[in-house]
Design a protein around this ligand. Structure first.
Ligand SMILES: Cc1ncc(COP(=O)(O)O)c(C=O)c1O
Length: 393
């Protein structure tokens, strides 16, 4: 791929990118260098929660860029304090540390739990995680993940992440021992194929972790920030975790993530945790714009309504094409196909003419939908009409 006098061969090869150069985005739409439009139901992997280049984020970032970009994390700034206050006012956690990516927030959660274990549980350090979980691509978060093949990729792993089966409380109980400090899970396994932890399982997990004096960590990097129709997905189950991580949607497209903990668990001391960009006002200003949009009266009701609308349209496709089913929460949904044709559908959707469609296939028989939280019913109709034709083909 050429860009002026430059060539994409200068980039490190880490994935097979199609020969498309995206130049512009607006709401649910992306436009490439040839002027072709694409309806985007991936949104940077659930990152652009308010769509491409929404005015609220644009205005907040431009205003902040003109004022102060980065005084250094050693000093307070307004947006960092405002965003921490907005987040803690809308969940059961008390303290926030900001970082740049989901993996980094989870790495912080693992460190915080291990520190708490050293202080309060005789040096316990093991964190029970789950088969098919995805927590990021640093060494510790890869070790915490339950992705097939990741136990040997970049071996040796970081030790201390025994795996249980999602929605099987006995499998968790069987792993708890003197070295256990926490259980960590995604309320909805996203990369694993949009597999929700049931509310009953989350409630049983909360009870089990309390009885054993160990921590409950929810990784809401994908499921948080309104994605499932509640601000945070664990709120569907009415539980209160000890630690929560956020990423993706929190910055609405810019690199921002957060580690939140209760007062009792916030045991970092100076020197334990940090990072050059943590709490920088530029990204925090974007986070404030996102959070203020999500908590505006009626916004989350609209997300729930559009989630139900999308689910209903997907169920029509299930019936019409004899597919295996549909599942998910809010605007994080999956269509289970009748065969392993999801990658072929994703490719054909992208190549569609005159308009392309961006979909994602986390598993060969599964399509995942993560549109903007502001997606319209007309855009959902347009997507399902395009997908209907692709399923027929
Ligand atoms: C649940 C979950 N945790 C962590 C991550 C890692 O986030 P990042 O890619 O920003 O490091 C992801 C990314 O897909 C995720 O879905």
């Amino acid at each position: 791929m050429k860009y002026g006098e430059f060539d994409s061969a200068s980039l490190m090869y880490i994935t097979n990118r199609p020969e498309i150069l995206f130049e512009r985005g607006e709401g649910s739409w992306l436009f490439d260098s040839q002027g072709k439009a694409y309806l985007d139901f991936v949104q940077g992997w659930a990152v652009n929660c308010l769509g491409h280049s929404p005015a609220v984020i644009r205005d907040a970032v431009v205003k902040q860029v003109n004022t102060l970009i980065n005084p250094s994390p050693a000093f307070y700034n307004g947006p960092m304090i405002e965003l921490a206050g907005l987040l803690t006012a809308h969940c059961s956690l008390d303290r926030v540390f900001f970082a740049n990516s989901g993996a980094e927030a989870n790495e912080g959660a693992i460190k915080l739990a291990r520190k708490w274990g050293r202080l309060h549980r005789d040096g316990a350090y093991e964190i029970i995680t789950f088969d098919h979980a995805f927590h990021g691509r640093t060494l510790a978060t890869m070790s915490a993940s339950g992705k097939a093949g990741w136990d040997t990729l970049f071996a040796p792993q970081v030790p201390g992440f025994p795996k249980a089966a999602l929605n099987d409380i006995d499998s968790v109980a069987a792993l708890i021992g003197p070295n256990t400090v926490a259980v960590m899970l995604e309320p909805v396994q996203g990369e694993g194929g949009v597999i929700p932890a049931t509310p009953e399982f989350l409630q049983a997990l909360r009870k089990l972790t309390r009885e054993n004096n160990i921590l409950l960590i929810v990784d809401e990097v994908q499921s948080g920030m309104g994605r499932t129709g509640r601000l945070f997905a664990h709120q569907h189950a009415g539980i209160e975790p000890d630690i929560m991580t956020l990423g993706k949607g929190i910055g609405g497209g810019v690199p921002l993530s957060a580690l939140l903990a209760t007062e009792a668990v916030s045991c970092f001391e100076p020197g334990d945790q940090g990072g050059t960009y943590n709490g920088n006002p530029l990204m925090s200003a974007a986070g404030v714009a996102v959070m203020r949009t999500l908590i505006a009266p009626g916004f989350m009701d609209e997300v729930l309504a559009r989630g139900e609308y999308l689910a209903a349209r997907l169920r029509e496709l299930v019936a019409r094409h004899g597919l295996a089913g549909e599942r998910g929460f809010g605007l994080l949904r999956a269509l289970v196909l009748d065969s392993d044709r999801a990658p072929a559908i994703v490719k054909a959707a992208l190549e569609g003419s005159p308009t392309g469609l961006l979909l994602n296939a986390p598993r060969p028989n599964l399509l995942r939908f993560m549109p903007s939280l502001t997606v319209s019913e007309a855009e959902i109709d347009q997507m399902t009409a395009m997908l209907d034709a692709l399923l027929k083909a």
